[in-house]
Write a protein that binds this ligand. Sequence first.
Ligand code: C2E
Ligand code: MG
Ligand code: MG
Length: 566
Amino acid sequence: MLDEFSSAKAAPVWGFFVLVALYITGVVMVNKTSVSDGVILIFDQPIAHRSLTGAFSSISNLCLVMLVVLYKKPGFYVSLFALATSFPALITRILHHNYTVIPGIFVNCVMIIIIIIIYRTTSRSARYQEKMRDLALTDRLTGLPNRYAASEMMNGLIQKNEPFAFAVINLNYFKNINNAMGQQAGDKALIQIGNRWQKLADDGTTGTNDFVASQSGNEFSVIIRDYASEEQLRNSVERYADALKEKIVIDDSDFVLTASIGYATFPGDAKDGDTLLNCAYSAMIQAKKMDHTGLICRFETGMLGSSHTIEMESKIRSALDNGRFFFNLQPQFDMDHKLRGFEALARMKDENGQFISPGEFIPVAEKAGLVDRIDHEVLIGATAFIGEMVQKYHSDVILSVNASVRHLLRNGFVDEIREALNSSGLPAEQLEIEITESVMIDSVEKAIECIHQLTELGVHIAIDDFGTGYSSLSYLNTFPVDVLKVDQSFIIKMHSGEASKQYVAAIIAIGHVMNFRVVAEGVEETDQLEDLKEIGCDYIQGFLWGKPMSPEDAAKLMEEESVRCG
Ligand code: C2E
Ligand code: MG
Ligand code: MG
């Protein structure tokens, strides 16, 4: 179905007839000039008609070659037919003892060989290109078209100004299958569900013309065309939700899955692809918020945030899809300036190469449900890099990564950490997960369970921005925390008076009583450093001793450190 929007443009039909007409004219002229004794004046020079025969013959042969190159199969057969039909006339002439046509026969034979070679070569390369295109547009697991295919389809329809709806289907609690039965079972479930929806679209039972694609992991999309009314569109979307009611069987176990579905229409809700995607996703997130057992939500204007938020959301999506997320590393030191480790901080560039600060994109990503993907990019990149460095320099540096509350509470978070450790070779004891206090307030039990699993792996836990939330000491006691990071706002205030300094001193003292190490964030001045040394802080992280830097610069710092420490 995508072929109708293929980006490779076919040569125009009229060109085919122009080339055939040119060929015929060339052949007629060859026949005329080859037997003519006349002359023609070109720039006052008399030129014999016969000497033009070669030129006309070349033009007609060139037309045949172009027919094959531009029009593939039809061009090839027409060229072959044209060359074959010229043989009887040439042979008749030889029979009448006109041997001047022998070179013509020779040229025709060579031309046949040439066009066969050209045809075979171009068809092979076209087949190869087609295969590459199919691979690039197909989801390897389900065999469905992938999100690039969906966006190609969508852009094609937008260009043709054809109305359609875009539906995002997110499977609820999908990670439960992965957790309970393993990743392979999860894959089987995705394949079964994908097949079921593909069949639904192919059968045409929805009454609309549908294109099903796999967006990513447990997310699918459907582009719905040819609906006569909103009601018909809604019915069509409902068929996809209904298809889930039938249980799926994996390794003799039955499962019933539900999905949250959001949909929006072009051109009614959005006039371009990115906005349409945002609208559909906003509706899907709304569906998820309302009920976790499977709801369909049609997009409504109120679902979108401010235009700034919408713009930022589409920038984040585009940066995630186009590899414009990366990480910086900010060093942490002990009070004697010995390197303790690095905090990995997400960085993003927009499509113009402009940096956008995490302060802007993280809150939007949290709301849009994209922060898990950002955390994942940073986690995979930073563990791979530090894992390599640790092996190279036999270093014991700690890598701290930030995990958003949403990400931490998601099923499968611990598996993600385990996989990152396995693939990077970074020892678990050298990975620290920074979580903010709100985790403890939002979902205490789930958070405690997750943090316990992480500590069982050997991973350390740090409480980020300590002091800005509402954590009570009793909560802190329940959590197997290793590190408290005192927020920069307290460090800045230390100089405003003795009381503020004593406040930080108290946090550090309590931290030590509870057996935590304390990191002071945002240390910019020597005075702050001196005070922190005096009140017994363990580590500092701040512009004074090190700004967030590229992995290359972090590697240099580690090298210097390994030389310094022998
Ligand atoms: P954070 O985790 O508390 O990170 C420390 C922030 O303080 C970083 O800002 C760092 O550049 C900044 N900082 C460190 N030392 C100084 C200093 O001396 N002076 C000043 N003025 N700033 C200093 P950044 O990189 O802009 O990150 C801001 C926040 O965004 C982070 O605060 C964290 O909450 C969030 N964030 C960053 N990367 C990620 C990520 O990969 N995942 C998640 N979920 N959140 C992230
Ligand atoms: Mg942090
Ligand atoms: Mg912080």
